[in-house]
Design a protein around this ligand. Structure first.
Ligand code: ADP
Ligand code: MG
Length: 337
């Protein structure tokens, strides 16, 4: 199977009706986007490299999902509405079963968001998947509705969506660093391999959140980016955050569940604070907006938890339930560390 036949068969969808914003899709030298009036185009790229971002034995359908999900998560963090994406693919060989499953996983997620594959590149080489997404952000009365990292202000609440740490828990279990029951691993593995980009929440937070970022490298590391960009500090309540590890939630008593998993308090906290690969939204909002934040969570059907507060004093402070400082080093994931 040649390059063009491969594209034709697995990535070009003939009868498929193009989204309104896509003036021209796959087939020519460029694709064309026609943004609605008074909108900005939000653009983001993410690359997935075998061995670095996924294990060689990963299910290709899940990989198709994840490759797009991590990109949609960036659009979500900016409050952008996904419209289109490109796919640059290096493949060791044209394995038809792999391609069929990969494209199925990819398009299943793309179609839920009406996000169109409009072009890309295909080449032979070690497996490498690079997606670029394009989303729309409205400009209202000359002001962009985009959510940025730089908007947090002292007194703002700090929130995070969904659950944290389970993707890393699954990764450690798959790598043999941790022994967890098969049923729990199966649930955690979905978080690792098929994360849900929080697009609906990002859209609902336009005009509500003061700053936002998606949690890809671990809560504390990504919060650090917000603090740096916003030039402020934060205080985080670890007794609230620790409850966010879903693996300890299912069986009623979270402490008993942690015991059964043989996770120390410190380890459990470390998964939540520095796990990575969560693809949840971390955001801030003025304390006067608490009801509005809850309404955004409801309309987007996404749970959110208030975990702390922005302060003027730079730095990140962790406190326990009694308000006492928590020690411990929670390094977040850095590819070059
Ligand atoms: P060029 O040689 O001009 O770079 P190609 O021959 O690589 O163009 O690609 C032909 C068409 O197929 C282009 O519209 C390109 O965007 C599209 N395309 C190539 N690879 C992919 C892919 N993996 N997914 C989607 N579209 C692709
Ligand atoms: Mg080419």
């Amino acid at each position: 199977m040649g390059e063009f036949e491969l594209i034709e068969r697995y990535f070009k969808r003939g009868a498929h009706q193009l989204a309104r914003e896509v003036a021209l899709g796959i087939g020519d030298d460029c694709a064309l986007l026609q943004p609605a009036p008074d909108t900005q185009i939000a653009i983001s790229s993410d690359m997935l490299v075998q061995g670095r971002h996924f294990l060689p034995e990963v299910d290709p359908g899940a990989l198709g999902h994840k490759a797009l999900a991590v990109n949609l998560s960036d659009l979500a963090a900016c409050g952008a509405q996904p419209r289109a994406f490109t796919l640059a693919l290096a493949l060791p060989q044209a394995d038809e079963r792999w391609l069929a499953a990969f494209s199925r996983g990819l398009f299943a997620l793309a179609d839920t968001h009406i996000c169109e594959l409009i072009g890309g590149d295909t080449t032979q080489g070690p497996l490498n998947i690079c997606i670029t997404v394009f989303g729309e952000v409205p400009v209202v009365s000359g002001r962009s509705q985009v959510l940025l990292r730089s908007g947090a202000r002292p007194g703002d609440d700090v929130y995070v969506s969904g659950t944290l740490g389970d993707a890393r828990l699954a990764l450690d279990a798959l790598n043999g660093k941790l022994d967890i029951p098969a049923a729990l691993l199966a649930q955690a593995r979905v978080r690792l391999e098929q994360p849900t980009p929080r697009v609906a929440l990002g859209l609902a937070l336009r005009g509500v959140a003061s700053a936002a970022i998606d949690v890809s490298d671990g809560l504390l590391g990504d919060l650090g980016h917000v603090l740096k960009a916003s030039n402020c500090g934060a205080i985080i309540n670890t007794s609230v955050a620790i409850e966010l590890l879903a693996a300890c939630r299912h069986s009623g008593n979270a402490n008993a569940a942690a015991d059964r998993l043989q996770l120390s308090h410190e380890q459990r906290l470390s998964y939540v604070l520095a796990g990575g690969d969560d693809y949840e939204l971390l955001f801030t909002a003025p304390a006067t907006m608490r009801a509005t934040v809850q309404a955004a969570a409801r309309t987007s059907d996404t749970p959110v938890t208030r975990i702390g507060r922005i302060e003027a004093e730079p730095g990140l402070r962790l406190i326990n339930a009694r308000g006492k400082p928590v020690s411990g080093r929670f390094a977040s994931f850095d590819h070059f560390a």
